[in-house]
Design a protein around this ligand. Structure first.
Ligand SMILES: Nc1ncnc2c1ncn2[C@@H]1O[C@H](COP(=O)(O)OP(=O)(O)OP(=O)(O)O)[C@@H](O)[C@H]1O
Ligand SMILES: Cc1ncc(CO)c(N)n1
Length: 276
């Protein structure tokens, strides 16, 4: 008997020693979605529930080598980015994506989550790397998934209402991705959490409840990696994002306290049987 190879997804991101966000959140989301997880680590963060106290960057050529090793042997059916740290790492990723066929003009869908800071406000991307995100990664992206702080940083638009999210989506679309997802998590004045998906023509609202929880560490990563999982299985972008929104809503609802600070969103609800 031989079993078949499952869909494979690649995360290009930083580690979180506290296990809440980054590569850790991505791998367990891929697993929960039935997708084999592969990784290209960009940075090792020193992190727990109260914040990020430092990080060590991986040399750009080692990031590139991880991507190439995975794609040329294992093959991936979708890829995503998280924390990228520096302009040099972004350049190495863009060059390697072209070489191995990741991105909107190739066969492997590419989700770019423009992570700039942790939810505690600790910087995860050097200021001089924003241009690299805009010029080198967004034009290659099948989907970009900014939160409202990243929208402000990248476009100068300060979204204070649901209506303004479309302005943000249009400004992000001008950077050249195929689709844009504007996340509403930070729009705390809104009693719901309605994300907006846009491709230059269609505007698709992703409605969802807003839970009154403090433990939302890793929500952005978990959303982007659940979308990537659905893309890895061959879903269209709208249905992958609808799946991701359902997934993250459950994960936020099941978030748990951890340490003295902010706990992570949870995938434990996906486990069908907890008896050993
Ligand atoms: N309190 C909440 N209740 C329900 N859904 C939420 C809540 N907070 C965030 N979400 C959802 O989680 C997803 C991530 O949104 P958010 O804007 O928090 O991203 P982020 O800031 O990148 O996350 P991170 O905390 O990982 O930095 C979105 O789909 C958003 O609608
Ligand atoms: C490594 C890492 N990636 C992403 C985030 C954002 O949630 C974080 N806090 N840490």
């Amino acid at each position: 008997m031989s079993n078949s190879t499952p869909p494979r997804a690649l995360t290009i991101a930083g580690t979180d020693s506290g296990g809440g966000a980054g590569v850790h959140a991505d791998c367990r989301t891929f697993f929960a979605c039935g997708v084999h997880a592969t990784t290209a680590v960009t940075a090792v963060t020193v992190q727990n529930s109260v914040g990020v106290s430092g990080f060590h960057e991986i040399p750009p050529e080692v990031v590139a080598a991880q991507i190439e090793a995975v794609v040329t042997d294992i093959g991936v059916t979708a890829a995503k980015t998280g924390m990228l740290a520096s302009a040099a790492i972004i350049d190495a990723i863009a060059d390697t994506c072209d070489k191995v066929g990741i991105g909107r003009d190739h066969t492997i869908p590419f989700v770019v989550d423009p992570v700039s800071a942790s939810m505690h406000g600790d910087q995860l991307l050097h200021d001089n790397a924003l241009a690299g995100l805009k010029n080198r990664l967004f034009p290659r992206a099948s989907l970009v998934t900014p939160n409202l702080d990243e929208v402000r940083l990248l476009t100068g638009i300060d979204v204070t209402s649901r209506d303004m999210m479309l302005d943000a989506a249009k400004a992000m679309f001008d950077f050249g991705p195929q689709w844009v997802l504007i996340k509403a998590g930070h729009l705390r004045s809104d009693p719901e959490c309605v994300d907006i998906l846009y491709d230059g023509v269609a505007v698709i609202e992703l409605p969802g409840p807003r839970f009154d929880v403090k433990d939302t560490h890793g929500s952005g990563d978990t959303l982007a990696s659940s979308i990537t999982s659905a893309l890895a299985k061959g879903a269209t972008m709208p249905s992958a994002v609808e799946f991701g929104k359902r997934f993250i809503t459950k994960a936020v609802q099941n978030a748990y306290p951890l340490g003295a600070g902010v706990g992570p969103v949870s995938n434990f609800w996906r486990l069908s049987d907890d008896r050993f």
